[in-house]
Design a protein around this ligand. Sequence first.
Ligand SMILES: [Zn+2]
Ligand SMILES: [Zn+2]
Length: 123
Amino acid sequence: MTYPGDLSRFGEDGGRMAEMIDVACDRCGTVSQQLDGATMLGFNPRCLECGTETFVSLVELYAVDKPGLDPASDEAWHLRKSRIPDLAGICNNCGGTFSIDAPIRCAHCRSRNVSILLVGSAC
Ligand SMILES: [Zn+2]
Ligand SMILES: [Zn+2]
């Protein structure tokens, strides 16, 4: 299965490709492994309030492309990116909204006071 366009476009405006990262909490000391960024299958937006991850597949994103729009254009990618919070819905955990730009939090205490230890690419 192939998709038009290139996920690395998200790198042009601050996004990154997916990486497995170790997140070390400076508050409670918990180290959790988290996925950060987009994979070839989709995106892993985080809840803005509590940091819970969810998943939005590229299939879902492409399914609602506007007809007639060049699928590889900057505009198409911009629109897909703006739809991610809608497709992700509401956080089951706290009722918050998701964003691919949400801060990484400790998986245990949800503190934003964490250190990121890069582990490697998930692609
Ligand atoms: Zn913590
Ligand atoms: Zn939440």
